[in-house]
Design a protein. Structure first.
Length: 118
């Protein structure tokens, strides 16, 4: 059983590392997009598109973090740690839900704007 605990700990580190990379990559991409919006001249992305892409990165990162939290609860023996992880998982789940909802709303508005009126 020791190998299972070790594999679980490695999985948690791996998933949290993926989440970190996704949030950092999305943040860098958003920063570049915002700078391009502010600077005059050149091809400028639409502001909404910058934030939409950033939200996608955040949702992906949060999803991996939630997976790591779920795995972590399987090896935790203290109720306080389980309660803390549960609270964090609930917060991340709600944040993920609202980000997903906002993304869907923005996509729908974008489709309505880009579809030709007949």
């Amino acid at each position: 059983m020791n190998w299972l605990k070790h594999a679980t700990e490695i999985s948690i580190v791996f998933l949290n590392s993926l989440a970190l990379l996704m949030v950092v990559a999305g943040s860098v991409e958003a920063l570049v997009g915002v700078v391009r919006l502010v600077l005059p001249g050149g091809a400028q992305p639409e502001g909404r598109e910058v934030w939409l892409r950033y939200a996608r990165w955040l949702v992906a990162g949060l999803t991996f973090q939630l997976g790591a939290d779920i795995i972590e609860t399987s090896i935790t023996t203290e109720w306080e740690a389980v309660a803390r992880l549960g609270a964090v998982a609930i917060i991340r789940t709600f944040l993920n839900f609202f980000l997903d909802r906002d993304l869907a709303e923005i996509r729908e508005r974008h489709r309505a704007v880009t579809q030709p009126v007949i």
